[in-house]
Design a protein around this ligand. Sequence first.
Ligand code: AMP
Length: 412
Amino acid sequence: MKILVVNAGSSSLKYQLIDMDGEKEMAKGLVERIGIEGSRLKHSAGEKKTEIVQEIPDHEAAAQLMLKILQDPEFGVIRSTDEIGAVGHRVLHGGSAFTASVIVNDAAKQAIRDCFPLGPLHNPANLMGIEACEKVMKGTPQVAVFDTAFHQTMPPKAYMYGVPKMYEEKLHVRRYGFHGTSHRYVSRRVCEFLGISPEGKKIIICHLGNGSSLSAVKDGKCQDTSMGLTPLEGLLMGTRCGSCDPAVVQFIANNPLKDDGTPVGHPVSVDDVLTMMNKKSGLLGISGKSSDCRDIDNLADAGDPDAILAREMLIYGIKKYIGSYAAAMGGVDIIVFTAGIGENNADLRAKVIEGLEFMGAKIDAEKNRTRSEAVISAEDSKVTVCVIPTNEEIMIARDTLDLVTTGKVRDN
Ligand code: AMP
């Protein structure tokens, strides 16, 4: 069966068509600037690449264009949309209602709507993507795969905030965690790769990209993760500040600064401060130059003190999470690096593991020169350290295939 994987944002729609017979990527693409001047579609099928610049007023038009290019005589890979067996959608927030992927029906759509306050930027866009595909592919099953689902096995002691309990009971204020599809894929794949069962294993997954999160996975189940009610909590990220004293919000709201460092002169709203914490902070905010870890490395290597600090803060933060998750699980057997930084930045991986010999983790500098699946720990390391490239699309496609063929999701 061919499965279309869709990730809809507020002005974008990313897609990948996967032939599940062999799990091969057939084509992928991105519709950008939906509803904005300069909208375009970038599409590739193997070596063939094309770009279409045209007006794309809404998600339905984007979905139509996606189907058109997928059937294009030159750049397409299917003859008819009937070849698409089902569509799997990435949905950011499933709240505590969804512990696994589901077939989209009216109740599921309402539950996604109910999570709008928890994921105000993403969930409405994700639902728009679902409804657009429903319209242009009538009768094709749609599946929702939630970024939060894998983390729903966290115990209350890990997911509760220390604010009055009624906020969780009445308003669902608690930690949910994100990147769940990646954490799930990587935690399964590393065991498959090492030829072991997840049962009895304590694994720490470091998903380090523009957005970053760590998870503690014991017996294949998530025990804790670093992101919270929103993806802002946890590690320092590309443009997000990660965890900080909540009183910082009040202080900055009362004493805001302009981008040039001069006082605004009047208080700003909490929303304004959170926008700054989400979009202008992290590596970008500390370095003042870039949110991209490659730029930070180049600048730091050239002696830029702010970039050096940004890099040190990131590494220090990852180390602290590894230490705390090892303590929470009563040890650690496997540490895995994944996503853009985790897969590609060998130097950062080495610096994260450096000094963790006390807990049995030691890296092999030669083995660490990898960008693909590999064990990178030394022979005498008690903790197995690995690189496992993430593949959220395949996980979404597998869940979609399972749900439409067997009605339930495999624990893979
Ligand atoms: P992601 O959000 O997973 O796409 O990851 C984006 C981050 O990965 C950025 O900070 C990039 O600097 C980093 N990254 C991506 N590719 C590389 C690479 N080849 N070498 C080093 N860092 C990379």
